[in-house]
Design a binder for this molecule. Sequence first.
Ligand code: NAP
Length: 251
Amino acid sequence: MRLKGKIAVITGAGQGIGRGVAEIFAEEGADVVVSDLKLDSRTDEVVSTITKLGRRAIAVQADVSKRADLDRLFDTASEKLGPVNILVNNAGIETIVPFTELTDQQWEDVTNVNLKGEWMAAQIFCKRLIAEGRPGCIINIGSIQAGKVLPGRTHYAPSKLAIEALTRNASAEMGAHGIRINCIHPGLIETPMTDWVLKSPDILPQVIAQISLGRPGKPFEVGRAAAFLASDDAGYITGQAIYVDGGWVGK
Ligand code: NAP
C-alpha cells in the first residue's frame, strides 16, 4: 500500500475520474475527502466504497471556482480527518462550441473551473503546508487536449494546456518547501463526461483508431498513475506532465 497513512483531498470525486482516483487511493491506504459540487447519492456511494475498504472518508461540498468553498474544504478536511498530504485537482467541465460562436460567459465558466479552480486549490493547500512546515503533493488533472486539437474546444483546450504551465511554474516555487506538483493528461476515459462519445457509433471508431492501445481508458487507470505520482516511488518527480491516454497524443 503506497499511500498508507496519507490523507487526500480529491475534487470532483463523485463520479468519473475523480471517483476512480478516490477508490484507488483508498486501496493504496489513503483516507479520502470526497469533494464535489453537489453532495448526493453519488458521493454517498464513493464514501461507502472507501469505508468498506477500511479507510476513513468524508464528503464535502465545494465549488472549486469559489475560494471560500475551497477554504472551507481544507478546514473541514483537517478538522474531520487530520492534516492533508495530497490534493488531486480533478474537477473540470467541458463544453463544445465553435470558436466564432463562443461567448464571454462560456469562456469564463470553463476557465474558472478548469484553470482558476486548480490554481486556487493548489495555492490554498500550499500556503497551509508551508505554514505548518509539512511536505505535500499535488496532482493536477489536465487533458489530452493540451496536446491534441479536437473541434469546438478553443476555451477548454487552453484551460488544460495552461494546467501544464501552472504545474511547472508552481512546482519550481514549491520544491524548496518539499511540495511536489505533477500533472496527468487523460485521454479518452470512460466517464459521464465522455458518455456521448462512447455511445456514438460514428465518433467512437474514429477516436479508437487513433489510440495505440485501441480502447478507451478506465477511471482506475488514471487513479493508478495518480497513486504512483502521489507516492514516495515518485519522490524525485516534480513539475512533470504525463499522458495517460493509451498512446493517443503521439499517434
Ligand atoms: P465528469 O464525469 O463530468 O465528472 C466531473 C465531476 O466534477 C462531476 O462530479 C462534476 O459535478 C464535478 N464538478 C463540475 N464542476 C465543478 C465545480 N465547479 N466544483 C467542483 N466539482 C465540479 O468528468 P470526468 O470525465 O471524470 O473528468 C474529470 C477531469 O478529467 C476533468 O478535469 C476533465 O476535464 C478531465 N478529463 C477527462 C477526460 C475523459 O475522457 N473523461 C479526458 C481528459 C481530461 P456535476 O456532475 O455535479 O457537474
